[in-house]
Ligand binder design. Structure first.
Ligand SMILES: NC(=O)c1ccc[n+]([C@@H]2O[C@H](COP(=O)([O-])OP(=O)(O)OC[C@H]3O[C@@H](n4cnc5c(N)ncnc54)[C@H](OP(=O)(O)O)[C@@H]3O)[C@@H](O)[C@H]2O)c1
Length: 215
């Protein structure tokens, strides 16, 4: 069966940014507030970090619940993994997610500064330097027949779009958030219409789900 390469639940501001400027340990999304970018998912019944019972059902919940469905590996950029740049100064940094990362599969972190792999619970992080097609081949093999999630950030997604390696993409646009600067996925989703079909589905939460699939 064909293994899809999927972007899922990637949140962008109304003006198309996946993160703000000035990322740091204290501010994983730079000047953007991840709480407001992901309020739509956090309010759902399926949000994995939910501490109180309840939560919404419906479209936002469907996407939140579907995040891990049939995914066998993730590819992410080095800036999603953490705030360090250049050669690793702090090898103790093992990502933002603590001892139980939410991936539960092999994760391939794209970087020009590879370091040894390590495992936290059921997630193994591999650090790979290579062009998108080569890294995708590694991720496909690790996924053992299941799909590969492209986890972001915007730089990595753009790189895979430019290489024409993305099959489907779900982007949640959050109109209430305007960032003005940062890492941008698009100026307008129309940029992708030469290669993708697009269906735009507003949710009662205020986010606007954008669903792309290849022409
Ligand atoms: N909105 C969302 O849903 C969402 C999702 C995920 C992440 N984020 C946020 O987005 C931000 C990160 O996004 P970003 O666009 O700045 O960066 P990114 O895509 O996470 O990472 C880009 C970096 O990855 C490395 N890289 C990319 N392609 C490579 C290749 N082919 N070979 C080797 N290395 C490669 C390079 O790092 P080096 O050269 O330094 O190694 C590059 O600077 C963070 O703030 C994160 O929290 C948001």
């Amino acid at each position: 069966m064909h293994q899809l390469v999927k972007v899922q639940n990637f949140a962008v501001s109304g003006d198309g940014f996946g993160a703000g400027e000035g990322q740091s340990r204290e501010r994983p999304f730079g000047h953007a507030d991840p709480g407001s970018m992901f309020a739509w998912a956090g309010a759902t019944a399926s949000w994995p970090n939910r501490t109180d019972p309840g939560g919404s059902r419906g479209l936002d919940d469907y996407f939140t619940r579907d995040f891990a469905h049939n995914i066998g590996a993730e590819i992410m950029g080095r800036n999603k993994f953490g705030p360090q740049r250049g050669p690793w100064q702090d090898h103790d940094w093992r990502g933002w997610w603590g001892g139980e990362p939410p991936f539960h599969t092999p994760v391939f972190v794209l970087t020009h500064h590879p370091r040894p792999s390590f495992t936290l619970s059921d997630t193994t992080f591999h650090f790979v330097d290579g062009d998108p097609a080569t890294v995708l081949a590694q991720a496909r093999e690790a996924a053992q027949g299941r799909d590969v999630r492209l986890g972001g950030g915007a730089t990595t997604i753009r790189e895979f779009l430019d290489a024409d390696l993305v099959d489907t993409m779900h982007v949640a646009v959050v109109p209430a958030v305007q960032l003005g600067a940062g890492v941008r996925l698009w100026v307008s989703p129309d940029e992708l219409l030469d290669r993708f079909h697009l269906e735009v589905v507003p949710s009662p939460s205020g986010v606007i789900h954008h669903l792309f699939w290849r022409r």
